[in-house]
Design a protein around this ligand. Structure first.
Ligand code: ATP
Ligand code: MG
Length: 420
């Protein structure tokens, strides 16, 4: 009986070299601006109580109604693989009492997220995000800071095609009047049953409906920015002017809404036009009421999550070289058993001295070993046989020029350290 070969589950994929290194580098680069802006690193479990997401993300959102990986454990607990990071991070802040210390609390995180989506390019069931949150302040400077840090991260990766879409959803001061006006407008449209139901439960989500006929019908819908209270407007204007003074271009998009229920006031999305329909590489916003929703005290917050998978796709769309792929600097080619044992020692010493090094294994002959040296990306090969050892030298070969030089074994590590 033959066992069928296993494959990665539908909607998931493996990262193998060199894309594996590229993904690591993308995540590192996305996080670097946060690390130099006073954010602390937080790690939460990959699963949480299901009700955390039901309440925190919103019962009527696509994430909660269609996309969650939920299951009951052997012990009878209802848990869900995290579909997003904000609700878990806020849960961790409250549980660990971080909000009782100095405010604001600035945090970043990086990890795997899970959504039962229809798989397509840029949309997977397992994906990875780098996220940031600022808790305990309503200061619009925090909203602007986060947007600037994301833009700087994309720039550091070499991306030039990321656009910033910006909106304000208003606070409790502005939302009820807007919600009512939007609802009245939507009730006048000829909508399918599900959408009509959404108009009653969560009319703002209808704005996020991507179907062209709906988008067309929404063309003359009322826009939130016409309903902002003076303080919501002032908040929004400050975010906009801080972005401008930081040299960050943005586009006002009064129809921007996002798939999570908890947003208030500032809302933004980072889009890239090289990605087809999955154009959002990241997004976020302010969520001043979320803490109360999950049983905490009033604790305003703002945050974003950047999709590492789509960011890598965007880099490929712009023709940027894969980041993070370094290889080794020196490759040892031993000829014979005695040389093999010696080469093992040399490579160990080189690595300890900070020189990236590798060696040919399995007693390969000169030709095969030199091929491995070329593939390794090394600049230099150290070729050594029994006769070289007897003479106290090794042959150091420049793999680009083919030049070869006998170097005394005593000074070899220092010599290579200087060369690379
Ligand atoms: P979309 O509108 O594309 O479904 P979203 O609003 O659901 O995105 P967020 O919850 O804001 O996405 O997540 C932030 C970022 O994470 C997105 O901008 C995207 O880059 C990435 N992301 C979200 N869902 C997926 C997924 N299923 N596969 C890959 N990346 C994803
Ligand atoms: Mg989504």
């Amino acid at each position: 009986m033959t066992v069928p070969a296993f494959r990665a589950p539908k909607g998931t994929f493996d990262l193998v070299p060199p894309r594996g290194e590229a993904m690591l580098a993308v995540r590192d680069t996305l996080a670097a601006p946060l690390r130099s802006a006073g954010y602390g690193y937080v790690e939460t479990p990959s699963f949480e109580e299901t009700t955390l997401f039901a309440r925190g993300v919103g019962e009527s959102t696509d994430i909660v109604t269609k996309e969650m990986y939920s299951f009951t454990t052997r012990g009878g607990d209802d848990v869900t693989l995290r579909p997003e990071g904000t609700a878990p991070v806020l849960r961790a802040v409250l549980e660990n009492g971080l909000h009782r210390g100095a405010l604001p609390v600035k945090l970043w995180y990086s990890g795997s997220y899970y959504r039962y989506e229809r798989p397509q390019k840029g949309r997977y069931r397992h994906f990875s995000q780098v996220g940031a949150e600022i808790l305990g302040t309503e200061d619009p400077a925090s909203d602007a800071e986060l947007i600037v840090l994301a833009v700087d991260a994309y720039r550091a990766l070499g991306l030039t095609g990321v656009r910033v879409l910006l909106n304000s959803l208003g606070s409790h001061e502005s939302r009820p009047a807007y919600r009512a006006a939007l609802q009245e407008y939507l009730r006048g449209l000829d909508l399918d049953e599900e959408t009509a139901r959404r108009v009653e439960i969560n009319p703002l989500r209808v704005l996020d409906d991507k179907r062209p006929e709906i988008q067309k019908a929404l063309a003359s819908a009322p826009i939130i920015t016409d309903f902002l209270s003076p303080s919501d407007r002032a908040h929004h204007d400050t975010v906009r002017s801080l972005l401008t003074s930081a040299g960050v271009d943005f586009e006002d998009d009064p129809r921007l809404v996002r798939g999570l229920d908890y947003y208030t006031r500032t809302l933004f999305e980072f889009v890239h036009d090289g990605l087809g329909s999955q154009s959002a590489v990241g997004g976020g916003g302010r969520y001043d009421g979320l803490s109360e929703l999950i049983g905490g005290p009033a604790l305003p917050g703002v945050g974003w999550a950047l999709g590492a998978d789509r960011t890598l796709l965007a880099m490929e769309a712009e023709g940027l070289p894969l980041p993070g792929v370094t290889g080794v600097q020196v490759f040892a080619v031993p000829l014979g058993d005695e040389a093999a044992a010696w080469a093992f020692g040399l490579v160990t010493q080189l690595r300890r001295a900070g020189v990236a090094a590798d060696f040919a294994t399995g007693g390969r002959g000169l030709k095969g070993a030199m091929k491995a040296a070329d593939r390794s990306g090394a600049k230099y090969a150290v070729v050594v046989g029994a006769r070289d050892l007897a003479e106290g030298v090794a042959q150091v070969k420049d793999l680009a020029t083919g030049e070869q030089q006998a170097i005394s074994l005593n000074g070899l590590v220092t010599h290579l350290q200087r060369l690379v």
